[in-house]
Ligand binder design. Structure first.
Ligand SMILES: [Zn+2]
Length: 352
């Protein structure tokens, strides 16, 4: 009886720990510091972007404990355009959200729009992309952009062979964001668009760039300055993030169920590489995980023991061990059989 309970506990832990998949959102408040972005009658873009971004992060942290929030900036600070994707990539983000405020010659233009990376419609003049990319011109180290000049249409040739493997996910989030704007705000819905943004091109994850309204339009600017407006915009984006995460988990659960079945049904032992043990369960993307995704844990003697995913044979486990040893010098191979941890020696003696 005791051992059955133990087996159940191990399975429950394996399942819980893998189901609550690690997910990191990188929030990028556009501009900042020396770069004010667009300027309105009463406000600067960099300040509006930051306020909405911080509010969004706060909401996500309060409502989604399984999502880690990373910011590219949390204060009025100058960042190069390159810094932003670099921060996102370094933190292994699962989604990148860049927040901007629009501006136009005509003071009548108003409303929200969300961009994904892609070729603009024929005839579009790259107005928004040019403006958002133009921060490069303020930087000293222009060479590192490989001659990219945001104002020269020829420069956009570098995007020509664009193959965006994250297109579907980016589009899903963009749609959700605009739907939520329509639901939760009274702003005009300028819908989902695509254009060639440097930051979206450089992030190795699905991404969107949200223009939360026009600073050049009096009604939009007053709305974006107001607590009510900022709150509605942040709430709408947070809601879209929650829906996106729900879809993401639904998709990934298939994988975890396969893992569960493998452990439950296997007539042969499975092997894992144990990386470290800690007294408390760690949050997603904890620094101790050193950027490794899909870690799982089991609980033993009061410790949470973090391991790789299981593999079906010892040779594979040895390869995995060799690879992980570079980051986790003390890691070692362990074995499970029918839900119980057994010695590797015993596991090797079990034949079909
Ligand atoms: Zn901007």
């Amino acid at each position: 009886m005791r051992s059955k309970k133990f087996i159940f506990a191990v399975f429950a832990l394996l399942c819980i720990s893998t189901l609550a998949s690690a997910f990191t959102i990188v929030i990028d408040p556009g501009h900042g510091g020396d770069d004010p972005g667009a300027i309105g009658c009463k406000s600067k873009e960099k300040d509006l972007n930051l306020k909405i971004a911080l509010l969004l992060g706060e909401k996500i942290e309060a409502e989604c404990p399984d999502i880690t929030v990373v910011y590219t900036r949390k204060k009025d600070q100058t960042l190069t355009l390159k810094d932003r994707p670099r921060i996102a990539n370094k933190n292994n983000g699962d989604f990148f959200i860049s927040i901007h405020t629009n501006s136009a010659q005509s003071t009548k233009a108003c409303g929200t729009e969300t961009y994904i990376l892609g070729m603009a419609k024929a005839g579009a003049n790259l107005e928004v992309a040019k403006r958002e990319n133009s921060v490069i011109l303020l930087e000293n180290d222009k060479e590192s952009y490989q001659g990219f000049d945001p104002n020269r249409p020829e420069s956009y040739i570098m995007f020509e062979f664009l193959q965006d493997q994250y297109n579907d996910q980016s589009l899903l989030m963009a749609d959700l964001v605009q739907q939520q704007f329509a639901k939760k705000t009274d702003r005009e819905n300028r819908s989902v668009r695509q254009d060639l943004f440097w930051v979206l091109h450089q992030t190795k994850m699905p991404s969107v760039l949200i223009e939360v309204g026009f600073i050049s339009n009096a009604s939009d600017e007053n709305y974006l300055i107001s607590k009510k407006g900022q709150n509605e915009i942040a709430t709408a984006i947070c809601e879209a993030v929650k829906q996106y995460k729900y879809e993401y988990d639904k998709k990934n659960n298939g994988k975890y169920q396969a893992l569960k079945a493998e452990v439950l049904d296997s007539e042969l032992p499975t092997y894992r590489v144990q990386l470290f043990a800690v007294k408390e369960e760690l949050g997603a993307n904890h620094p101790s995980m050193k950027g490794e995704k899909n870690l799982t844990f089991f609980k033993e003697n009061g410790y949470f023991k973090y391991t790789s995913q299981p593999v079906g044979n010892y040779e594979e486990a040895k390869k995995l061990h060799a690879a992980l040893k570079e980051k986790f010098s003390d890691c070692f191979i362990i074995a499970f059989y029918k839900g119980e941890k057994i010695s590797v020696k015993k596991a090797l003696s079990i034949k079909k």
